[in-house]
Design a protein around this ligand. Structure first.
Ligand code: PRP
Ligand code: MN
Ligand code: MG
Length: 182
């Protein structure tokens, strides 16, 4: 549709609620990492929005780096077999790393990423995610900061895509059935 609004079914989490939750998470991160040197690692492309909005709320000085990964396997489903498309620029030795994600679905991407980054001798590795779907978990991942737990339904917006679209919606929502049928 010419207007993304025509493709929406409903707003699940408004821009205001996302922002208010990020205020709380940023305050926790500031407290937890006080006096430490923090490296934020955003996972492209979904994490772009939460990375930008979270980083701007922090008072702790941070470095921001990015990784692009791709899971092998069928279309929209994560397989757990991950390939690095763009690696970090930063050396992780003795660094405090905070992985920033938009969503944890099956957990397979993050569980792989976690063990990959942990093998690089960092000082610590933790995870911050805006959304988590507990009912979709195939593997348990220990997550330090979670914005919202949501039901196991397909959501878009705030970085999350359907066929690469809708990432630029400022809120999290569900798509109308006609979008999938078109
Ligand atoms: C999505 C999302 C997470 C991952 C979560 O990324 O942004 O990174 O899937 O799924 P999982 O918990 O089942 O592994 P995607 O692979 O679609 O790439 P994108 O961020 O570029 O959209
Ligand atoms: Mn992603
Ligand atoms: Mg995606």
């Amino acid at each position: 549709a010419a207007d993304m609004g025509d493709d929406l079914e409903r707003v699940l989490i408004s821009e205001e609620r996302l922002g208010a939750r990020l205020d709380e998470i940023a305050a926790q991160i500031d407290a937890d990492y006080a006096g430490k040197d923090l490296l934020l690692v955003g996972v492209l492309k979904g994490a772009v929005m939460v990375m930008a909005d979270l980083a701007r709320r922090l008072h702790t000085p941070v470095e921001m780096d990015w990784m692009a990964v791709s899971s092998y396997g069928s279309g929209t489903k994560s397989s757990g077999v991950v390939r690095i498309l763009k690696d970090l620029d930063a050396d992780l030795t003795d660094r405090h790393v905070l992985i920033v994600e938009d969503i944890i679905d099956s957990g397979l991407t993050l569980s792989w990423l976690l063990s990959n980054l942990r093998s690089r001798n960092p000082g610590s590795v933790e995870i911050a995610t805006m959304l988590r779907k507990p009912d979709a978990a195939k593997v348990e991942v220990d997550v330090r900061y979670v914005g919202f737990e949501i039901a196991n339904e397909f959501v878009v917006g705030y970085g999350l895509d359907y066929n690469e679209r809708y990432r630029n919606l400022p809120f999290v929502g569900t798509l109308a059935p006609h979008v999938y049928a078109d």
